[in-house]
Design a protein around this ligand. Structure first.
Ligand code: CO8
Length: 258
């Protein structure tokens, strides 16, 4: 596909998607999200890819949904056409791990996109916020749902109601961000982690992702049962034999993804 709004590359076993609308601070429009879905579909289907990274520019991961675009919409456009949010859950449904590498602004839909990923690595320059209230709307792609699950009700209410931004340190302390990395090393360090993940057994990595995500959708007992079943199923993998044999033989495991 000829991408207009994102750059799609591979770095070894990692699929790298760079949001690329620099003049609008990577504001998200339907065309960009559609391209993101095509890229994710491609990486998910590609057996050589074990992990995906979504990133933006030094100044902005994404400054939200495209306000110029939304300004032209009325209720019937967004409801009937399912504009802006169509396909939005594709990041979540991707079965391979997706890491958001965030530098600069991650606001509104940008923060929501980052939160849809499996984890966020933040540059020390990152700023997160849900400023939709200033525009006469509310977060519409998970801001009122994923943010409280990540940072708790108090901080989520504060961010959504006041529109203030949260810096990387606060976001890491609050549990939104997995790691803070100096801005100039953000991509390199994120790719290093993604490469390590892609070097493990892909079915096991997928099982881990599925199990952790399950914890947000179920009671503890249901979640533990799900984990136990998946854990048992890992013993059917050749990679389980290889991983344990490699440990015993004091060598590096060579996983075959089966
Ligand atoms: N949409 C469109 N254009 C934008 C956006 C945006 N969200 N953000 C920035 N831009 C454009 C500016 O208009 C400007 O363009 P131009 O140079 O042509 O005037 C350019 O990017 C640079 O921006 P600024 O000059 O404003 O840069 P500053 O460094 O002064 O400020 C800010 C940076 C603070 C990020 C500021 O641009 C800003 O406040 N942006 C808007 C942030 C915002 O309100 N985001 C929430 C949008 S609503 C939303 O996301 C709803 C999500 C619903 C579902 C999403 C599914 C995809």
């Amino acid at each position: 596909m000829d991408y207009q709004n994102i750059i799609v590359e591979t770095r070894g076993k990692v699929g790298l998607i760079t949001l690329n609308r620099p003049k609008a601070l990577n504001a998200l429009n339907d065309a960009l999200v559609d391209e993101l879905v095509v890229a994710l579909n491609g990486f998910e289907a590609d057996e050589a890819i074990g992990c995906i990274v979504i990133t933006g520019s030094d100044k902005a991961f994404a400054a939200g949904a495209d306000i110029g675009m939304m300004a032209t919409y009325d209720y019937m456009d967004v409801y009937k056409g399912d504009y802006i949010t169509r396909n939005w859950e594709r990041v979540k449904t991707c079965r391979k791990p997706v890491i958001a590498a965030v530098a600069g602004f991650a606001l509104g839909g940008g923060c929501e996109l980052a939160m849809s990923c499996d984890m966020i690595y933040a540059a020390d320059t990152a700023k997160f916020g849900q400023p939709e209230v200033k525009l006469g709307i509310l977060p519409g792609a998970g801001g009122t749902q994923r943010l409280p699950r990540a940072v708790g009700k108090a901080k989520a209410m504060d961010l959504c109601l006041t529109a203030r931004m949260m810096d990387a340190t606060e976001a890491e302390r609050a549990g939104l961000v997995a790691r803070i990395i100096p801005a100039e090393q953000l991509l390199e360090e994120t790719l290093k982690a993604a490469t390590a993940i892609a070097g493990y057994s892909l079915p096991v990595v997928m099982m881990i992702k599925e199990s952790v995500n399950r914890s947000f959708e179920s009671s503890l007992n249901e979640g533990l049962l799900f984990e136990r079943r998946v854990f048992h199923s890992a013993f059917a993998l050749e990679d389980q034999k290889e991983g344990m044999a490699a440990f015993v033989e004091k060598r590096k495991a060579q996983f075959k993804n089966k």
